[in-house]
Write a protein that binds this ligand. Structure first.
Ligand SMILES: [Fe+2]
Ligand SMILES: [Fe+2]
Length: 279
């Protein structure tokens, strides 16, 4: 069972809190894993409590990328987990990230450093896909990006004495092996939705039946959205595309018109994913 734990929106009348951020709780027969921590410990711990999920039972933590809205809950989370919990992420996670969206450069990456991570967690920072629980993997680095990415203007990393646009080398998603096919969970999908899904199809050689999370289509143009809709329709395997976080309302409505309201679903905090044929 996969539950959206943190999102920009929360299910109505649920008592869950919303914030700009993302986290998914992944429950499998082999135990539970968490993808991302949301932006704040306050929301993360509140929502865990409301959903009666115990962070002490986690067997793995994956981070989709370094941005604060996916990693800001880390300091609160480590107070609740078993010390030394395995953390799976890309090797580039530790690089500083900046934004100049407000005109002044500010840090938008991890709020903790390498030493802090090593003190509380067992680090597995790799470019290659990693199996975090039986049947649950990180995608590893998305290196082939022929389609548009989810790039945000004025987000930067250091290069020498200056700054360059963030290449989002750290961006990854999580792949869950379902009985009937693969479920892909995205954080922000800065690598690009189609780039990520094509990577998963190449690597796992199995049909993708559901996708959920932040897809960073918020600034995608009509041509990009049309191309995504065409490709997904051509594959003919996708039963659900749960859009939340940084996906954007326009993308939601355009894709919903093109791919049907049965496929395109909202995904506020509290949503339990369902990819059965007749939900
Ligand atoms: Fe994000
Ligand atoms: Fe991001």
């Amino acid at each position: 069972m996969i539950t959206c734990l943190v999102d920009n929106a929360a299910r109505r009348s649920s008592r869950l809190w919303a914030e700009h951020g993302l986290a998914f709780w992944i429950e499998t027969e082999a135990g539970a894993a968490l993808l991302d921590t949301g932006q704040s410990g306050e929301v993360l711990l509140h929502n865990l409590n409301v959903l009666e999920l115990d962070a002490a039972t986690l067997r793995a933590l994956a981070l989709s990328h370094a941005h604060y809205d996916h990693t800001g809950g880390l300091p609160a989370l480590v107070q609740k987990i078993t010390p030394g919990l395995p953390l799976y992420a890309n090797a580039d996670l530790l690089r500083e990230r900046f934004s100049q969206s407000t005109g002044k450069r500010r840090s938008i990456g991890l709020c903790v450093d390498h030493a802090w991570l090593e003190e509380h967690l067992t680090l597995h920072l790799e470019d290659a896909p990693q199996e975090i629980l039986p049947g649950v993997w990180t995608t590893g680095a998305i290196t082939e990006r022929p389609h548009p990415g989810g790039y945000v203007p004025r987000q930067e990393v250091r290069a020498g004495k200056g700054y360059v646009p963030d290449p989002y080398r750290d961006d990854l998603s999580v792949v869950v092996q379902g009985v009937e096919g693969l479920i892909v969970l995205c954080g922000c999908c800065h690598a690009g939705l189609l780039n990520t899904l094509e990577h998963v199809r190449r690597h796992w050689q199995q049909p993708i039946i559901a996708v959920a999370g932040g897809t960073h289509l918020v600034s995608a143009d009509a041509g990009t959205l049309e191309s995504i809709a065409c490709t997904l329709a051509e594959w003919g395997t996708l039963r659900r595309l749960y859009l939340n976080h940084c996906s954007g309302e326009e993308a939601y409505y355009i894709l919903r018109r093109r791919l049907s309201s049965d496929v395109i679903r909202p995904c506020p905090a509290g949503t339990v994913l369902d990819w059965s044929e007749r939900a």
